[in-house]
Design a protein around this ligand. Sequence first.
Ligand SMILES: [Zn+2]
Length: 127
Amino acid sequence: MSSSSSHGIRSSRSEIDDGLCLCGDPLVLKTSWTHRNPGRRFFSCPNYGTSHECKKFKWMDVQLPNQYYKDLLFNLHLQCRGIDQLEDSKTEIVKLQEELNSTKSKNLVYKRMFMFLIVVIVVLCIV
Ligand SMILES: [Zn+2]
């Protein structure tokens, strides 16, 4: 029984070494950012999330030694993600400001054209 399980481990390791999944596609290396396994890399099926996934999964990194380091890394990741989102928001604000300025200048042109037309109509009515 133990020999069959060790064979199982060996065979899954060689599949990882081959870099191929059970479905024949190359395995992908991802990083977990769950609270339980923050920053821990793993190999998984590239078809994860699709109907063809074969649920192949293998940790690449060992687990962090204790909850202290997990909390630390998890919280640092959350902070970094917050900073990234802030940067994305800043970029979005700059884009929207440029769009607003462009719309404002177009609006000014239309306003002037409208006033000019009113003046022309009034002049034509008088003459
Ligand atoms: Zn697969």
